[in-house]
Write a protein that binds this ligand. Structure first.
Ligand SMILES: NC(=O)c1ccc[n+]([C@@H]2O[C@H](COP(=O)([O-])OP(=O)(O)OC[C@H]3O[C@@H](n4cnc5c(N)ncnc54)[C@H](OP(=O)(O)O)[C@@H]3O)[C@@H](O)[C@H]2O)c1
Length: 281
């Protein structure tokens, strides 16, 4: 999705001014007519609306929701996702943090202006700011558009997840840009440790993942995902390249299969079907 397009949709549906969220609570979402499945019931102790309440998941980890638009065969390419619908639904989780893959950020498609060394830094969000944090795992220090990202209105702050292999020069750049850094892991980012740190530092309880299959795959294989939300686009793509919503090494045994429980089924506009599953743990 192009950043410009994303920006427009976030402006319409997202938490741009810190309060503008979709007001429709999960309990009123329509349920699939032919399927008697329970709708989600937030426990009341948290303000978020994931299927699995973060208070009940773990005292240490936020609740992690994967949210993607896919073709019927689970691919993410060769069709045009309805980004308005995508972000309207995503905004309902009222996540504390958006976890975006570095390749998603870098591949957003919009030409990004050169960073201006003299430009003033974006003002950090105020204490009552309810916009999510933007969090990007970027162990190799490839994301160099933080100034631009900081100028976007969707996030109250930015966190770069680095590892002990991230070049010092990049850490210096992040410091100059006043981008918060969490260092976790030796080579790639240790996502479990980074998520624990996010919870400790910022009280992050709900994380919505906006990424491609690679980050999804790492999170799923690590057992960190609580909910999978898929907007199934009416198309079949085929192919053998791994452009699917769950990219990971082949399993050696059925033990690694991630069992899911269907929690919500709904037909939306444009013949898109919305499926929400909780991960059985
Ligand atoms: N259809 C949809 O709903 C949707 C939504 C979002 C994005 N997309 C598309 O998805 C595509 C990009 O997806 P992608 O799969 O190529 O990349 P991605 O998931 O956006 O980025 C890969 C991320 O995984 C991290 N990573 C990789 N291996 C890791 C490991 N072993 N441990 C910890 N972290 C690890 C990388 O961190 P490092 O940088 O540290 O390696 C990076 O942050 C784009 O075309 C985008 O448009 C589609």
């Amino acid at each position: 999705m192009a950043l410009g397009e994303l920006r427009e949709e976030r402006r319409r549906f997202g938490p741009v001014d810190g309060v503008a969220r979709c007001a429709k609570p999960i309990t009123t979402w329509s349920r699939g007519e032919n399927l008697a499945v329970p709708t989600a019931s937030p426990c009341g102790r948290c303000r978020s609306q994931p299927l699995v309440c973060s208070e009940e998941v773990s005292a240490l980890l936020p609740s992690i929701i994967l949210h993607n638009v896919v073709s019927l065969d689970g691919r993410m390419d060769w069709f045009t996702p309805g980004v308005g619908l995508f972000y309207e639904l995503a905004s309902r989780w009222q996540e504390d943090a958006t976890l975006a893959g570095s390749d998603t950020i870098l591949g957003a498609g919009e030409p990004v202006p050169e960073e201006d060394e003299q430009a003033s830094e974006p003002t950090p969000g105020s204490p009552g700011d309810t916009r999510p944090l933007l969090v990007v795992p970027d162990s190799r220090g490839r994301v160099r558009i933080w100034q631009y990202l900081g100028e976007q209105p969707y996030w109250r702050g930015m966190v770069s997840l680095c590892s002990r292999s991230t070049p010092d020069e990049h850490l210096e750049y992040l410091k100059e840009r006043r981008v918060e850094v969490i260092v976790a892991g030796d080579d790639r980012v240790d996502l479990r440790a980074a998520l624990e740190e996010l919870r400790d530092r910022h009280g992050v309880k709900t994380v919505c993942v906006d990424s491609g299959g690679t980050l999804n795959g790492v999170l799923l294989r690590a057992g960190l995902v609580d909910e999978v939300s898929l907007l199934v686009h009416p198309s079949l793509i085929g192919g053998i390249s791994p452009r699917s919503a769950f990219r990971a090494s082949d399993l050696a045994s059925a033990e690694g299969v991630v069992p899911l429980r269907l929690a919500h089924l709904e037909q939306l506009q444009g013949e898109v079907v919305w499926l929400r599953y909780s991960v059985v743990k």
